[in-house]
Design a protein around this ligand. Sequence first.
Ligand code: HEC
Length: 131
Amino acid sequence: MIRVVGGLVVVVLASSAANAQSGPLNDAQHQGRALFNQSCRVCHTPPALNAPLYGPALSQDTQRGRDDVLAEIIAEGSPRMPGFKYQFSPDQITAIVAYLRTVPAQQSASSQPTARPVSAGERERQQREAD
Ligand code: HEC
């Protein structure tokens, strides 16, 4: 089970200084949303209103609220989803889980007004910047 609450705060504070935005999310959730937008929304959010999702919509109800299971899926992946354990630190995965826990079930993590699909090249660039 991946849960590094103390360490998370330090990491998140360091990275959110460059990336400050006001909003209802705390720092960890905010970082998680940024990571989600970079790496997950390409599959977990609909590219257009009537387009099918490649992966299921994610929300606070995903895996019935079991944060440890959620973190493990993100780290290890699944038959149709790549794992992220080499790409993200445990703290970053914890932040994504924290963000997903803020997403109401009927709304999916996708439906933010700024939503747009990110191209593969752009995603790579963002990830390099996020490192
Ligand atoms: C290449 C497409 C793809 C990417 C990128 C991707 N996923 Fe997935 N994800 C899937 C698919 C497809 C499934 C459905 C499981 C399956 O069929 O293997 C899934 C399943 C999941 C589940 C389980 C959902 C459930 O209801 O149990 C979680 C949680 C999840 N993904 C989180 C994430 C997170 C967080 C990221 C970003 C770090 C991410 N995924 C990136 C395709 C993707």
